[in-house]
Design a protein around this ligand. Structure first.
Ligand code: BES
Ligand code: ZN
Length: 472
């Protein structure tokens, strides 16, 4: 059994110095992981997902973890526990989570380089590592692995007991996750889960995300005539499903930006005055946020601040619309089918199953006699709110504030990370969400990048958080 390492300032400084000295090697390891195209949603990349899982298992085993792959109907889970010996650690037990799968790369022609040939690039705002998955989530998960590596290298073991779970299906809605946690979750139970898949408030201000929105994905397919028709020969007399779909999609919001599905706002709470004041104090610059993507005007519900729109209000977005002729030139077609992919971001106690029903009823009520509608159900998960009174929050906030120019902020997160809710509901575990992404990382878009500073100071941040948890 190894000794618990010291966690005083001198011990931590040695770890931080080690991280600085080893940064070039850490970067090479990250590049090796980024070269594996682990696109979870595309069956053509199944073997590559397994390769990424295997790469991580081997890296963790080399650190002294007892690491294994657990097969699922989809992609494998990487599970590791601090083993007696190098990676043991004592004190509180934390479970670290990240995902090794990445989003598809299309449209490939908009990338300035091969998405799976990572390189460090010099940009106007500093060095970045560019590749699919650099920020979401391989660069982020490696910040934690590298922090563990530095503790072990410098002191022989970790300051707390660490287990690790890397998932390979997060970007495709985590279909294997719930059954897996129900069947094998006992092995993952710890005092606290830590998730590195979120962002900073701004490049100077580290953040702990205290709430995540839920997600409900729904595809709608409307069929009119049994085949595509000449829009002159039939147009006027034949019902056009694209017209039906357009009307339904337009009905989803009113002039004030409110969603019109009956009962949609039933379980949507107002944020507390305290939280509102705290968010106001962050000085979020909505103009700059939208300006960075060529926009000006917050487009959510009237009377809400941009931060509310992003963090505490539910949304309905059309993610895709397909119908008729979309190729070059022009074709006078009256399409047989029209379909849309629609998603709702959920907050508070909004129930995905109930809202799926309500949305389908909303659509059915608007489909005329001559058309039929089908639905494909995509991912569904509720919102989650973290237990910020957990003592780890204050310890982590201090640790982050020690590393970065500004004090750490408690923020909301508009995105969804399904596992945070399941850790609580299935395993009874609270989560601490810390990430070092930036708004301009272009996650899910062409030319994804992770700032070298995010990577480097992210590693240093986790090294500090581990010490702070041991002391707390
Ligand atoms: N890393 C993101 C979540 C995220 C998004 C955090 C934006 C911070 C800012 C995560 O990998 C993701 O994209 N999740 C999906 C979940 C879905 C596929 C179930 C999302 O939010 O759309
Ligand atoms: Zn992610």
């Amino acid at each position: 059994m190894s000794q618990t390492p010291p966690t005083d300032d001198a011990a931590l400084v040695r770890v931080l110095d080690r991280i600085d000295a080893d940064l070039p090697e850490a970067l090479e390891r990250l590049k090796a992981l980024l070269r594996i195209p682990s696109i979870s949603t595309d069956p053509a990349f199944r073997a590559q997902c397994a390769d990424a899982a295997q790469w991580l298992r081997e890296d963790l085993a080399a650190l002294g973890f007892e690491a294994r792959l657990d097969a699922t109907p989809g992609h494998p889970m990487v599970v590791a526990h601090g083993a007696p010996g190098k990676a043991a650690g004592q004190g509180p037990h934390v479970l670290f989570y990240g995902h090794y799968d990445v989003q598809p790369v299309d449209p490939l022609e908009l990338w300035h380089r091969d998405p799976f040939d990572p390189e460090v690039e010099e940009t106007a705002v500093g060095k970045v590592i560019r590749a699919r998955g650099a920020a979401d989530d391989k660069g982020q998960l490696m910040t934690f692995v590298e922090a563990c590596r530095a503790w072990i290298a410098e002191h022989g073991s970790l300051p707390v007991q660490v287990s690790i779970l890397f998932e390979g299906e997060e970007e495709s809605g985590s279909p294997s996750l719930v059954p897996y946690l129900k069947e094998r979750g006992d092995d993952l139970k710890a005092d606290l889960a830590m998730i590195c898949d979120t962002g900073m408030f701004d490049p100077q201000t580290p953040a702990i995300s205290t709430m995540l929105r839920g997600l409900l994905g729904q595809e709608v397919i409307i069929t009119g005539p049994e085949r595509d028709l000449h829009s002159g020969m039939y147009g006027g007399a034949a019902m056009n499903p694209a017209r039906v779909l357009a009307r339904i999609l337009a009905d989803l919001h009113d002039e004030e930006g409110r969603i019109q599905v009956p009962g949609f706002y039933d379980d949507v709470p107002e944020i507390s005055d305290e939280l509102r004041a705290q968010w106001d104090g962050l000085g979020f610059d909505a103009e700059a946020f939208l300006g960075a993507v060529g926009l000006k005007h917050p487009a959510g519900e009237k009377g809400r601040t941009a931060l509310e729109m992003l963090w505490s209000r539910p949304t309905c977005e059309i993610n895709g619309m397909i119908s008729g002729y979309t190729g070059a030139g022009f074709k006078t077609v009256l399409p047989s089918k029209a379909s849309a992919k629609v998603s709702f971001r959920l907050v508070g106690q909004q129930d995905p199953a109930k809202l799926r029903e309500a949305f389908q009823a909303f659509v059915r009520a608007r489909v005329p006699d001559d058309c039929k509608v089908e639905f494909i159900n995509h991912s569904a998960g509720p919102a989650s709110v973290m237990a910020t009174d957990h003592p780890a929050y204050e310890a982590a906030r201090q640790a982050l504030s020690d590393e970065w120019p500004r004090e750490a902020a408690f923020v909301g997160c508009g995105g969804s990370i399904p596992i945070a809710g399941y850790f609580k509901t299935i395993l009874g575990m609270d989560s601490l969400l810390i990430g070092f992404g930036r708004d301009d990382d272009q996650i899910h878009s062409p030319n994804e990048k992770y700032d070298l500073e995010s990577f480097h100071k992210g590693i240093r941040s986790w090294a500090r958080v581990l010490a702070a948890l041991a002391r707390a």
